[in-house]
Design a protein around this ligand. Structure first.
Ligand code: 5AD
Length: 364
């Protein structure tokens, strides 16, 4: 086990059998060392900074039917809403006033938001907030759509792969295809987006082998961002009686992802904070370096329920901002409000660095 941990830290590599063995033989003591090495690795690339992204959940309509998600189209009890362009800009304006320079626009797969509407929205955001990074998280679209939105100024795109096991993927996503999911991620990378992938921990039927495949998928794709969170069962979905993911297991996945993809930007997810009041702090202590406070209007927040009991449902944007800042500073990190680009993308705009790796050796 010591040898495997050393290899993971020094070479940022393990094969599938090694990962499975490692997961099956992890002791409490080794877990602490794993987290410590993950934190060391994060420091090497991003120092002690934690980056903020303001999350705007602008539509809860979704044409997909993912078994785990509260926004699935078959969930007739879900209240649907759609923000207008003006409402979205107002949320961003409030965030901008509080210092945010990175916005994530997320929604279900809502056909109302056509290419033309999304281009308008991104252009308006770029005009109003020229020094802010814009990330989209709106699911699977065509290559032409992704290109057009990139040309309109979108900087980043989040599309979790959800699970790298083809059979598990197919069983959880009726009417969708694993090939298309992976293809979308490759297209997004080729276009030049900073890309986010990731997966859920504790899905029904998920084994150590599946989790090893998830980690190796990330290693191969080398995304700029990696979102990993526990699966939380939603009572209005077919998976309502599933046990769900554990914070501890998710922390192990976060730390291993950090060591396998050392330069990734990794959010301490809201799902972690939902399962454990200090879940996000624990995620930071396992290698994460991003937080994504919600900027959506209070009136719609409860309706964007991928899972239930989500935290921060009643907190004004300004309160959320100070709560997050307090947590970051109390945990010993530096709050970073800049765009927070991936270290391969921090050159002069238009002169993106294309190096494979980017050791920065940031001083504390
Ligand atoms: N529990 C935890 N995470 C979920 N997601 C969707 N539904 C759930 C759930 N029930 C995650 C998916 C999606 C991201 C936006 O939220 O991984 O990509």
């Amino acid at each position: 086990m010591e040898v495997l941990l050393d290899k993971l830290y020094e070479q940022n590599e393990l094969d599938k059998e090694e990962i499975v063995y490692f997961l099956q033989h992890l002791t409490a003591e080794l877990k602490d060392r794993l987290f410590h090495l993950a934190v060391q690795t994060r420091k090497l690339h991003y120092g002690g900074s934690v980056f903020l992204r303001g999350l705007i959940e602008f539509s809860s309509f979704c044409k997909q039917d993912c078994l785990y998600c509260g926004l699935r189209r078959s969930n007739t009890s879900a209240e649907r809403y759609r923000l207008t362009e003006e409402e979205i800009l107002e949320c961003a304006e409030e965030g901008y006033g509080l210092g945010y320079r990175s916005f994530v626009l997320q929604s279900g797969e809502d056909a109302y938001f056509t290419e033309a509407r999304m281009i308008r929205l991104v252009r308006s955001m770029k005009v109003r907030f020229p020094d802010a990074a814009i990330t989209l998280s709106i699911g699977e679209r065509s290559e032409a759509f992704y290109r057009a939105l990139f040309d309109a100024g979108t900087d980043r795109y989040l599309l979790r792969h959800e699970t790298a096991s083809r059979s598990l993927y197919q069983s959880l996503h009726p009417g969708m295809s694993y090939e298309n999911r992976v293809n979308c991620l490759h297209i997004l990378k080729d276009i030049g987006y900073q890309v986010g992938a990731g997966f859920m921990v504790g899905l029904p039927g998920q084994t150590c082998e599946h989790l090893a495949e998830d980690l190796l998928f990330l290693k191969e794709l080398h995304p700029e961002m990696i979102g990993i969170g526990p699966f939380i069962p939603h009572s209005a979905t077919p998976l309502k009686d599933a046990p769900g993911g554990k914070v501890e297991d998710t922390l192990v996945m976060i730390a291993m992802a950090r060591l396998l993809v050392p330069d990734a930007l990794m959010p301490a997810t809201t799902a972690m904070g939902t399962l454990d009041p200090t879940g996000r702090e624990k995620a930071l202590a396992a290698g994460c370096n991003v937080m994504m406070p919600i900027l959506s209007p209070l009136s719609v927040r409860r309706k964007y329920a991928l899972y239930e009991n989500k935290i921060c449902m009643g907190d004004e944007t300004a309160i959320c901002r100070s709560c997050i800042e307090m947590r970051i500073v109390a945990a010993g990190y530096k709050l970073e409000l800049s765009r927070g680009d991936h270290c391969r993308f921090t050159g002069i705009p238009g002169e993106t660095q294309s190096g494979e790796d980017c050791f920065k050796h940031v001083s504390e």
